[in-house]
Ligand binder design. Structure first.
Ligand code: ADP
Length: 351
């Protein structure tokens, strides 16, 4: 996948912006309510918190929540990533070293190899692991201290059923609203000692694809511009002048996003069409289309999901007009009818 402003790796200083308490964590109010209840109950009963899973797109706050859970429980946090674990022994070694109440954060848990997932089942359920050291015929079973596993994934559907069943609670992280993203940026600005205004906050928030990590990254580029201008005020004009330098338009779209939108409108007359066909026609790779471009266009309301693929919305068409020389006239009745096809199919089946 391309390394762009949306996908580039988390810089080390991002940790400075991570909230440490649930109160400081912006948005996701239903999730916070349930989590607060679970944390309170575990504290009162002096037990370890049940295992929890967080799922949702990158940059929505899964790692941050793991840190919050550990700090709210005054527990030690250990961080691992599914793809980095090669052998069952690697995981077993970490598990046996956990102390009572420790929090183990396992990122990209869907990418765990099968033998490792199986090892995790008994660790999660009975706090036991069975391992077979080299040169020994029979496996040996080791008891573990009770711990909390926090699994994070962008692909919840890829988790094996026995794994899903062993989480006490699975939380979905949804895209953030403009107001919430503004609050994320305001908090970072206050921390770094910059003044902002409404126009600046809004200019960053609308281009952030519903994602705090993107909002913070765009904000950091505005800080760079402010440093260059020797000012500690990040205002609307500064933001609006900085965004085009990053290749971002009024709604935060990059070149690849615009190519996708234009293909949907010009080649497929607004759709519906499947991501594979759009990707091939636009010269984009399918993984980038499915994981980066479509989620952003959906959250910005420029395309919509239908049973037969994606279609452009009226807002998407208007936006495409802002950068395309000539667009075909869209038959909106046909394009928007695609949304209701599923209900018609269900009605037909029921008759
Ligand atoms: P994920 O693990 O889902 O990829 P992270 O937890 O690493 O996402 O979050 C990315 C960045 O966004 C972090 O710097 C974090 O501080 C910030 N962030 C994410 N969610 C929130 C939130 N709800 N409130 C404030 N900051 C947030």
């Amino acid at each position: 996948m391309e390394d762009n402003i949306i996908n580039s790796p988390t810089p080390p200083d991002e940790r400075n912006f991570r909230p440490l308490t649930l109160d400081d964590f912006i948005g996701q109010s239903d999730l916070k309510k349930t989590l607060r209840l679970m944390l309170g109950s575990a504290r009162t009963r002096s037990t370890t918190l049940e295992h929890v899973a967080f799922y949702g797109g990158p940059g929505l706050g899964k790692t941050t929540l793991a840190g919050i859970i550990a700090s709210e429980q005054e527990a030690r946090l250990h961080e691992l990533s599914g793809p980095s674990l090669m052998k069952p022994g690697d995981l077993a070694q970490v598990l046996v070293c956990l102390q009572r109440g420790d929090v183990l954060f396992l990122d990209e848990i869907h990418a765990l190899k099968r033998e490792l997932s199986e090892l995790l089942y008994s660790a999660m359920e009975d706090f036991k692991v069975s391992i077979k050291p080299d040169g020994v015929d029979k496996p040996i079973t080791l008891s573990l201290h009770p711990f909390t596993l926090i699994g994070a994934t962008t692909d919840y559907g890829l988790l094996p059923e026995p794994m899903r069943a062993r989480f006490g609670q699975s939380f979905y992280l949804s895209a953030y609203t403009i107001d919430e993203l503004q609050a994320v940026v305001l908090r970072a600005a206050a921390r770094l000692g910059y003044m902002t205004d409404e126009q600046a906050l809004n200019g960053i928030a609308i281009r952030s694809r519903g994602t705090p990590r993107v909002a913070l990254r765009l904000f950091r580029r505005c800080v760079d511009a402010a440093v260059n201008l020797q000012t500690d005020i990040i205002d609307g004009p500064l933001v609006e002048n900085t965004m085009p330098l990053l290749g971002l338009d009024m709604l935060g779209l990059e070149d690849a996003d615009r190519k996708y939108l234009l293909t949907l409108v010009t080649v497929y007359n607004g759709g519906p069409s499947g991501p594979r066909a759009i990707a091939a026609n636009a010269g984009l790779d399918l993984a980038t289309v499915e994981r980066v471009i479509e989620p952003a266009l959906l959250v910005t309301g420029l395309i919509a999901r239908t049973p037969r693929g994606r279609r452009v919305t009226r807002k998407g068409y208007a936006h495409a007009k802002s950068f395309a020389v000539k667009l075909p006239v869209i038959n909106w009745k046909k394009v928007e009818n695609a949304d209701s096809e599923i209900s018609e199919e269900i009605a037909a089946e029921q008759q």
